[in-house]
Design a protein around this ligand. Structure first.
Ligand code: B12
Length: 223
């Protein structure tokens, strides 16, 4: 193993650590160091920022962190993503031809980091993305999907209590005679393939990379 590999790991460890201790300034500094070390932005996300924020979630679950700490960690993560986002977008496919995706987090749920990441990855992979943000009422998903004539609706939910809204959205589409018109993909930490199958979704992605491949498959694009 070469020296640069060791240095890379150390820089990524520093990024992850500064996220889970919730130190925004240190996170920004560490991310800039990672970029300067030529680590790809996607790798900084996958190997450092996401594991860092998940670790904060684990500590919260164990009762070692409380909400204020979690908020600080999320702020650090979002600030870092703000630096990486233009870099990821710059490297993306310039031609948007695969179709249009509407994405949002369901009502009652303010978690928006994963959903935003999925949106950015889809848009850098040739999709046109309309991001409705978080805490989106179900009727808005439907209205915006019709208005923008999208191909796919992506629905994010991070809480076991809000997951059920994904099911309700599909039921609402059926009720409005719109179910055949849109493909629905679901995701979020508590969501599984089984849940997606049970509620009759067209696809599920465990992460942003899977979200892109499932979306491509649904619009008939070969990878
Ligand atoms: C950051 C965070 C927060 C931040 C959110 C900031 C923000 N603007 O997003 C804050 C501090 C505000 C917060 C608040 C709360 N949180 Co919180 N939070 C988290 C944490 C630590 C990380 C979430 C995250 O951003 N992960 C990083 C991203 C990149 O990953 P991701 O969201 O999973 O997204 C990926 C995939 O899931 C997938 N994906 C996501 N969406 C979609 C959509 C589609 C279509 C597809 C295909 C794929 C896909 O791709 C993404 C990219 O790889 C999680 C822990 C965890 N393990 O998830 C807890 C967690 C989700 N929170 C939890 C809780 C309980 C809460 C609160 C209720 C706490 C409280 N008592 O108030 C509130 C909720 C308020 C509300 N009404 O929404 C619990 C949920 C438990 C449960 N099973 O229901 C968790 C699991 C923590 C825990 N272990 O207890 N939280």
């Amino acid at each position: 193993m070469g020296g640069s590999d060791g240095k890379e790991k150390e820089v990524l460890r520093e990024v992850a650590k500064s996220v889970f201790i919730g130190d925004k300034d240190a996170t920004l500094k560490a991310v800039r160091r990672a970029i300067d070390s030529n680590i790809r932005p996607e790798e900084i996300l996958d190997k450092a920022l996401i594991p860092g924020i998940r670790k904060a979630g684990d500590l919260y679950e164990k009762g070692q962190y409380f909400l204020p700490e979690l908020i600080m960690c999320a702020d650090a993560m979002k600030a870092a993503f703000g630096i990486l986002r233009p870099l990821i977008e710059q490297n993306g496919e310039k031609v948007r031809t695969h179709g249009r995706v509407l994405i949002g987090t369901v009502e009652g749920d303010i978690h928006d980091i994963g959903k935003t990441l999925v949106g950015v990855m889809l848009s850098t992979s040739g999709f046109e993305v309309i991001d409705l943000g978080a805490d989106v009422p179900l009727h808005r998903f439907v209205e915006e999907a019709v208005k923008n004539d999208v191909d796919i609706i992506g629905v994010s939910a991070l809480l076991t209590t809000t997951m059920v809204k994904q099911k309700e959205l599909i039921e609402l589409l059926v009720k409005e005679n719109l179910r055949e018109r849109f493909k629905v993909i679901v995701g979020g930490a508590p969501v599984t393939q089984k849940w997606a199958d049970d509620i009759g979704a067209d696809g599920y992605g465990q992460n942003a990379v899977e979200a892109v491949s499932v979306a491509k498959k649904l619009v008939g694009v070969e990878e």
